[in-house]
Design a protein around this ligand. Structure first.
Ligand SMILES: *Cc1c(COP(=O)(O)O)cnc(C)c1O
Length: 404
């Protein structure tokens, strides 16, 4: 944990509880780890949906990343963070003509993910550029809901439609600049990623000469459980680089770029969600540690059954830390599914203690809601000099009514 008891007390006293805190040091470290792991051969674009905080986006841009957006709102935020049009890649699915227009007006490269969207976009942008998202039939991920490649997902164009893609491109005089895919989220072993990359490169080599880029997608995992290994980038290089060499040797455009789209890997580990224990009770043989961290603040456990490491932060001495007990850490939302950590072995907890939910920087705040009219929390950055900076204010009662 990158915060001690005094810092946690100070932050919650100043910015409220619950509150998201991010470590700039860890964020920059993860940005560099991935960038350096691929030795400049696969350029990363940050997948903004994982975390949309403007201050974090600025840091990620400073670290040399481009960005992938999935909605006009994300593009708007990226522009506010300083990203230029040519640094943004819009990966839409089932988008309206208005959204396509939004991208065309800004000269942002768009990826379409069906023949029907290719037709619509090409009609609107005749003579322009486009990328197509393919689904190579390989998927991976921690849970069915996040597997986005393979035969059972809504994403991408099936490779058997290559001919139809080419016909539409020709009909509207479009230039195909890139092919992209994204097989799913949170893998720690690179085998399926490399297999999908190999499929994609074969398909490109056979069908689509002259591309400017091939984008292999995101999904790089982080160890949410303490016993999990870290992603093996050496193995990823060993699996991917020969594919790139082989592809470049047989492809007509020697200057083709390779890209990837990490979201979680970049920002998960720099974020901790802090909350306060308000009540503790025993019911029918179970212990419930009742906190102010409802699932409106962190949806992953409820939505995906995800595991997050939980730490008890108190000012009591170390020896108590050794006596542990199995408890359920729950939130303050009126639903029985509102559980942060089920049957978790934790050190002694008392009312007034703080709870830190670790690895909460990705798909945490960006999925938060006002369910139960709970206010979304503040976000705070622990800067490189060790200070704390408010980077998004908490909601207020006024924010609950401003749209009525
Ligand atoms: C969500 C998403 C990503 C990022 O996934 P991570 O698992 O966070 O790395 C990348 N590309 C696309 C198209 C996505 O939808």
């Amino acid at each position: 944990m990158f915060l001690n008891y005094d810092e946690v007390s100070e932050i919650t006293a100043e910015y409220g509880s619950p509150v998201y805190v991010y470590s700039e040091e860890i964020l920059r470290d993860r940005c560099r780890t991935l960038l350096e792991a691929f030795e400049g051969r696969i350029a990363p674009s940050f997948s903004v949906k994982a975390n949309t905080n403007l201050s974090l986006l600025k840091i990620i841009r400073e670290e040399g990343y481009g960005a992938d957006a999935m909605s006009p709102g994300e593009i708007y935020l990226l522009e506010k963070a300083g990203f230029q049009s040519d640094e943004i890649f819009y990966i839409g699915n089932n988008v309206s003509e208005d959204e396509f227009r939004f991208c065309i007006d800004r000269d942002i490269t768009v990826s379409v993910d069906s023949l029907s969207q290719l037709e619509t976009y090409s009609r609107m942008n005749r003579g322009g550029c486009v990328a197509v998202r393919f689904n190579p039939g390989v998927g991976a991920g921690h849970c069915d809901k996040v597997i986005t490649g393979g035969k059972k997902t809504k994403f991408g164009v099936e490779p058997k439609y290559c001919r139809e893609v080419k016909e539409i491109l020709e009909k509207y005089d479009m230039k195909l600049v890139g092919i992209n895919q994204h097989i799913g989220s949170l893998f720690l072993a690179p085998a399926s990623y490399a297999a999908a990359a190999a499929n994609l490169l074969d398909m490109v080599a056979e069908n689509f000469p002259g591309l400017e880029f091939v984008d292999f997608g995101g999904g790089f995992g982080v160890p949410y459980r303490p016993e999990e290994p870290r992603l093996d980038f050496a193995a990823a290089r060993d699996a991917l680089f020969p594919l790139l060499d082989d592809f470049t040797a047989r492809y007509d455009n020697k200057f083709v770029h390779f890209k990837c789209e990490p979201g979680r890997f970049v920002c998960a580990e720099c974020g901790a969600l802090l909350g306060t224990v308000n009540a503790i009770k025993e019911n029918y043989g179970e212990t419930y540690v009742g906190t102010d961290i409802g699932f409106n603040v962190l949806m992953r456990p409820v939505l995906y059954g995800s595991y997050h490491e939980v730490e008890v932060i108190s000012d009591r001495g170390g020896e108590e830390q050794s006596e542990t007990k199995k408890v359920n850490v729950v939130g303050n939302i009126c639903e029985s599914g509102d559980i942060i950590a089920k049957e978790r072995e934790l050190p002694r907890v008392e009312e007034g203690d703080f709870i830190a939910v670790m690895n909460a920087g990705a798909y945490g705040y960006s999925m938060a809601s006002n369910y139960n009219c709970r206010l979304r929390p503040a976000e705070v950055l622990k800067t490189l000099d060790g200070g704390f900076k408010l980077i998004r204010a908490a909601d207020t009662f006024e924010s609950l009514v401003e749209n009525f």
